[in-house]
Design a protein around this ligand. Structure first.
Ligand SMILES: CC(C)(COP(=O)(O)OP(=O)(O)OC[C@H]1O[C@@H](n2cnc3c(N)ncnc32)[C@H](O)[C@@H]1OP(=O)(O)O)[C@@H](O)C(=O)NCCC(=O)NCCS
Length: 226
């Protein structure tokens, strides 16, 4: 069975025109069961991760109500690159997109809940995975009641560790509105370096804003972990 899957992977890699190095990297990921593949695409298996206070688990349609409350909250989306949700169908579309990301192997987005009582507090993601460049984007959003307890940093640290170990990442990129100091501080606590500013990058509801680009490199991550 493993041999069949391996043959399929090699064929998929050829079809996608990926390099030999990427092919080797993907073969090792297949062995570790993080990815699986068909003739035309690879999928990612969203993990369940545990930290001291949190559980990160795959998102599902049962999370739609909580997601709708989160993304329709004006305080939460104050510095978001999209307007607040006004239609619950947005939540269904969000979950469909999460499943598509995993199926197409472009990223994973996990629900974050309190380990003590499984209360949903937000989500955290690795998206735009590029196996050739070994790069990915980091994103997150949390309910207001959960802000200020270090949860965003704790969850992102666990997901980054998973990504560096399982996707063989070399670079993680994150972007924040320049007026969002809490998010910038989360990234700095994780070891990200602020690399530049995208001027007038977003226009949401007619409001123009600048974006900071942050990057975290594999060598810096592992050096910081000791
Ligand atoms: C940004 C966000 C994820 C932070 O979540 P959180 O769980 O409160 O983050 P943490 O507690 O891990 O860390 C936040 C840090 O920012 C600091 N902080 C909070 N507000 C701040 C402000 N106005 N100015 C400067 N620092 C601030 C906190 O003190 C904390 O630092 P500390 O641990 O050194 O005290 C959360 O506010 C959120 O979900 N916001 C809405 C969605 C969003 O903006 N997502 C990010 C898009 S890029």
């Amino acid at each position: 069975m493993k041999l069949v899957a391996m043959a399929l992977l090699v064929t998929s890699v050829r079809l996608m025109g990926l390099s030999d190095t990427t092919s080797e990297c993907l073969k090792s990921l297949l062995k570790s069961r993080v990815i699986s593949c068909s003739m035309t695409s690879m999928s990612l298996e969203p993990p369940t991760l545990h930290t001291a206070r949190l559980r990160l688990r795959p998102l599902g349609h049962s999370d739609e109500d909580a997601l709708f409350r989160l993304h329709s909250n004006l305080e939460v989306v104050r510095y978001w690159d999209a307007p607040a949700w006004t239609d619950r169908a947005n939540a269904t579309g969000f979950i469909n997109k999460v499943h598509r990301m995993a199926d197409e192997g472009t990223g994973i987005r996990l629900a974050v809940e309190l380990g003590s009582d499984q209360t949903f507090i937000g989500w955290c993601s690795l998206d735009d995975w590029n196996p050739d460049f070994r790069s990915v984007g980091l994103g997150y959003s949390y309910v207001v009641a959960a802000w200020g307890y270090g949860y965003a940093t704790e969850a992102a640290r666990a997901l980054l560790l998973w990504g560096f170990e399982n996707l063989d990442l070399n670079r993680v990129q994150a972007e924040t509105d320049t007026r969002n100091p809490a998010s910038a501080h989360v990234l700095e606590k994780l070891g990200f370096i602020r690399e530049g500013t995208l001027r007038e990058d977003c226009i949401v509801n007619g409001e123009i804003s600048d974006t900071w680009v942050f990057g975290l490199l594999r060598k810096d991550w592992f050096a910081a972990q000791g």
